[in-house]
Design a protein around this ligand. Structure first.
Ligand code: HEM
Length: 134
Protein backbone atom coordinates (compact mmCIF):
# COMPACT_ATOMS: atom_id res chain seq x y z
CA UNK A 1 0.00 0.00 0.00
CA UNK A 2 1.38 3.41 -0.90
CA UNK A 3 1.27 6.39 1.43
CA UNK A 4 -1.37 7.90 -0.85
CA UNK A 5 -3.63 4.89 -0.24
CA UNK A 6 -3.14 5.33 3.47
CA UNK A 7 -4.10 8.98 3.29
CA UNK A 8 -7.22 8.26 1.30
CA UNK A 9 -8.25 5.55 3.69
CA UNK A 10 -7.76 7.67 6.80
CA UNK A 11 -9.60 10.62 5.28
CA UNK A 12 -12.57 8.36 4.60
CA UNK A 13 -12.96 7.15 8.17
CA UNK A 14 -14.32 9.10 11.11
CA UNK A 15 -12.12 10.55 13.82
CA UNK A 16 -13.92 8.10 16.11
CA UNK A 17 -12.69 5.11 14.10
CA UNK A 18 -9.24 6.62 13.55
CA UNK A 19 -8.50 6.86 17.28
CA UNK A 20 -9.70 3.32 18.04
CA UNK A 21 -13.42 3.63 18.75
CA UNK A 22 -15.20 3.02 22.03
CA UNK A 23 -12.34 1.51 24.08
CA UNK A 24 -9.98 4.35 23.15
CA UNK A 25 -12.53 7.07 23.90
CA UNK A 26 -13.51 5.45 27.20
CA UNK A 27 -9.84 5.43 28.23
CA UNK A 28 -9.46 9.10 27.26
CA UNK A 29 -12.56 10.09 29.24
CA UNK A 30 -11.37 8.14 32.31
CA UNK A 31 -8.01 9.91 32.18
CA UNK A 32 -9.77 13.26 31.57
CA UNK A 33 -11.80 12.93 34.80
CA UNK A 34 -8.69 11.82 36.71
CA UNK A 35 -7.11 15.13 35.67
CA UNK A 36 -10.28 17.16 36.38
CA UNK A 37 -10.80 15.67 39.86
CA UNK A 38 -7.11 16.16 40.63
CA UNK A 39 -7.41 19.88 39.85
CA UNK A 40 -8.24 21.95 42.95
CA UNK A 41 -9.89 24.59 40.80
CA UNK A 42 -12.43 22.06 39.49
CA UNK A 43 -12.88 19.22 42.00
CA UNK A 44 -15.38 21.15 44.16
CA UNK A 45 -17.93 21.13 41.34
CA UNK A 46 -18.00 17.33 41.26
CA UNK A 47 -18.62 16.62 44.94
CA UNK A 48 -21.84 14.63 45.02
CA UNK A 49 -21.83 13.91 41.28
CA UNK A 50 -22.38 10.30 40.27
CA UNK A 51 -19.19 9.87 38.24
CA UNK A 52 -20.13 6.60 36.50
CA UNK A 53 -23.15 8.25 34.92
CA UNK A 54 -21.22 11.40 34.08
CA UNK A 55 -18.49 9.37 32.35
CA UNK A 56 -21.08 7.43 30.36
CA UNK A 57 -22.60 10.67 29.12
CA UNK A 58 -19.22 12.20 28.39
CA UNK A 59 -18.11 9.14 26.38
CA UNK A 60 -21.30 9.39 24.32
CA UNK A 61 -20.84 13.11 23.75
CA UNK A 62 -17.17 12.85 22.71
CA UNK A 63 -17.97 9.83 20.50
CA UNK A 64 -20.70 11.76 18.71
CA UNK A 65 -18.48 14.83 18.28
CA UNK A 66 -15.84 12.54 16.69
CA UNK A 67 -18.31 11.13 14.19
CA UNK A 68 -18.91 7.81 15.91
CA UNK A 69 -22.09 5.73 15.63
CA UNK A 70 -23.16 6.87 19.07
CA UNK A 71 -25.80 9.37 19.96
CA UNK A 72 -25.56 11.52 23.06
CA UNK A 73 -28.84 11.24 24.95
CA UNK A 74 -28.00 13.13 28.14
CA UNK A 75 -29.51 16.40 29.16
CA UNK A 76 -29.01 19.57 27.17
CA UNK A 77 -25.64 20.97 28.23
CA UNK A 78 -27.21 24.26 29.33
CA UNK A 79 -29.62 22.47 31.68
CA UNK A 80 -26.92 20.09 32.98
CA UNK A 81 -24.67 23.00 33.99
CA UNK A 82 -27.31 25.48 35.13
CA UNK A 83 -26.64 27.08 38.52
CA UNK A 84 -23.20 25.49 38.84
CA UNK A 85 -21.66 28.96 38.56
CA UNK A 86 -18.93 27.72 36.20
CA UNK A 87 -16.38 30.39 35.28
CA UNK A 88 -14.59 30.95 31.97
CA UNK A 89 -11.34 30.06 33.74
CA UNK A 90 -12.79 26.72 34.87
CA UNK A 91 -14.08 26.01 31.38
CA UNK A 92 -10.59 26.66 29.99
CA UNK A 93 -9.06 24.34 32.58
CA UNK A 94 -11.49 21.54 31.67
CA UNK A 95 -10.77 21.98 27.95
CA UNK A 96 -7.04 21.87 28.75
CA UNK A 97 -7.44 18.53 30.56
CA UNK A 98 -9.30 17.13 27.56
CA UNK A 99 -6.41 18.18 25.31
CA UNK A 100 -3.93 16.53 27.72
CA UNK A 101 -5.91 13.27 27.83
CA UNK A 102 -6.19 13.14 24.03
CA UNK A 103 -2.51 14.00 23.60
CA UNK A 104 -1.38 11.35 26.09
CA UNK A 105 -3.44 8.77 24.18
CA UNK A 106 -1.47 9.59 21.02
CA UNK A 107 -4.40 11.14 19.16
CA UNK A 108 -3.13 13.13 16.13
CA UNK A 109 -3.16 16.89 16.63
CA UNK A 110 -5.59 17.59 13.78
CA UNK A 111 -8.16 15.29 15.39
CA UNK A 112 -7.53 16.95 18.77
CA UNK A 113 -8.09 20.35 17.14
CA UNK A 114 -11.41 19.26 15.62
CA UNK A 115 -12.63 17.61 18.82
CA UNK A 116 -11.64 20.47 21.10
CA UNK A 117 -13.06 22.97 18.61
CA UNK A 118 -16.46 21.28 18.86
CA UNK A 119 -16.25 21.14 22.65
CA UNK A 120 -15.15 24.80 22.88
CA UNK A 121 -18.29 25.80 20.98
CA UNK A 122 -20.35 24.66 23.99
CA UNK A 123 -18.85 27.39 26.21
CA UNK A 124 -21.88 29.75 26.02
CA UNK A 125 -24.10 26.93 27.32
CA UNK A 126 -21.81 26.04 30.21
CA UNK A 127 -20.17 29.21 31.52
CA UNK A 128 -22.31 31.42 33.74
CA UNK A 129 -19.61 33.61 35.26
CA UNK A 130 -17.75 35.80 32.78
CA UNK A 131 -13.99 36.30 33.14
CA UNK A 132 -12.98 38.86 35.78
CA UNK A 133 -12.80 42.37 34.34
CA UNK A 134 -9.60 43.67 35.80
C1 HEM B 1 -15.66 21.66 28.34
C2 HEM B 1 -16.92 21.48 28.02
C3 HEM B 1 -17.87 20.59 28.78
C4 HEM B 1 -18.62 19.61 28.26
C5 HEM B 1 -18.67 19.17 26.81
C6 HEM B 1 -19.39 19.02 29.36
C7 HEM B 1 -20.27 17.96 29.23
C8 HEM B 1 -21.05 17.45 30.22
C9 HEM B 1 -22.00 16.37 30.07
C10 HEM B 1 -22.24 15.61 28.78
C11 HEM B 1 -22.61 16.17 31.25
C12 HEM B 1 -23.69 15.14 31.58
C13 HEM B 1 -25.06 15.76 31.44
C14 HEM B 1 -26.13 14.81 31.96
O1 HEM B 1 -25.93 14.20 33.01
O2 HEM B 1 -27.17 14.66 31.34
C15 HEM B 1 -22.02 17.12 32.19
C16 HEM B 1 -22.35 17.23 33.52
C17 HEM B 1 -21.63 17.96 34.44
N1 HEM B 1 -20.63 18.86 34.17
FE1 HEM B 1 -19.89 19.27 32.36
N2 HEM B 1 -19.09 19.67 30.52
C18 HEM B 1 -18.16 20.64 30.23
C19 HEM B 1 -17.59 21.52 31.11
C20 HEM B 1 -17.77 21.50 32.47
C21 HEM B 1 -17.08 22.35 33.41
C22 HEM B 1 -16.08 23.44 33.05
C23 HEM B 1 -17.51 21.99 34.66
C24 HEM B 1 -17.10 22.52 36.02
C25 HEM B 1 -15.88 22.76 36.35
C26 HEM B 1 -18.49 20.92 34.49
C27 HEM B 1 -19.16 20.30 35.51
C28 HEM B 1 -20.17 19.37 35.35
C29 HEM B 1 -20.91 18.79 36.48
C30 HEM B 1 -20.70 19.08 37.95
C31 HEM B 1 -21.84 17.91 35.89
C32 HEM B 1 -22.86 17.02 36.62
C33 HEM B 1 -24.12 17.79 36.84
C34 HEM B 1 -25.11 16.93 37.60
O3 HEM B 1 -25.25 15.75 37.27
O4 HEM B 1 -25.75 17.44 38.48
N3 HEM B 1 -18.62 20.66 33.16
N4 HEM B 1 -21.08 17.87 31.53
Amino acid sequence: MTSLDLQTESAAQSDYAAVGGAPAITAVVNRFYELVLGDDLLAKHFEGTEMARLKRHQVALVSQVMGGPVEYEGRELRAAHANLGITAEEFGAVAGHLITALTEAGVPSEIIDRTVGAVAATQPDIVEVAAAQD
